[in-house]
Ligand binder design. Structure first.
Ligand SMILES: [Zn+2]
Ligand SMILES: [Zn+2]
Ligand SMILES: [Zn+2]
Length: 117
């Protein structure tokens, strides 16, 4: 599948625009449907930033058709605008009473390793 190939070759989160540009033969609706199918199957996840830009990233093996299990941070670099999925050094825990969390969505921004040099 071309879409997944592109995603794994890039090895980072890709914006909707970038996906659309690389898959010229997909019309908007087909692309939208394809992305949603992969999200439902636990293969991709969507990341939405404050500016309403959407990014898509590959899921780890922890995600299944039943549910996504994310414990990572989505980081966007203020300079190069690249988005990456970063594992936290320690498991992210939220103390919320009477609710059971299995998916945490955290977005952070700052400078990436490359831009921080
Ligand atoms: Zn997932
Ligand atoms: Zn950067
Ligand atoms: Zn992610």
């Amino acid at each position: 599948m071309a879409l997944l190939e592109i995603m794994s070759n890039l090895g980072k989160a890709v914006s909707y625009q970038e996906i659309q540009n690389s898959l010229m033969n997909f019309d908007r609706i087909t692309l939208y449907r394809t992305l949603n199918t992969f999200i439902k199957r636990g293969i991709l996840h969507k990341i939405i930033f404050e500016n309403h830009q959407s990014f898509y990233a590959l899921c780890s093996i922890d995600c299944t058709t039943d549910r996504h299990q994310h414990q990572h941070v989505h980081f966007q670099c203020n300079q190069c605008k690249e988005v990456s999925c970063l594992e936290a050094k320690e498991p992210i825990q939220l103390a919320i009473s009477n609710h059971f969390v299995d998916d945490i969505e955290i977005t952070a921004s700052g400078l990436c390793q490359e831009c921080h040099k």
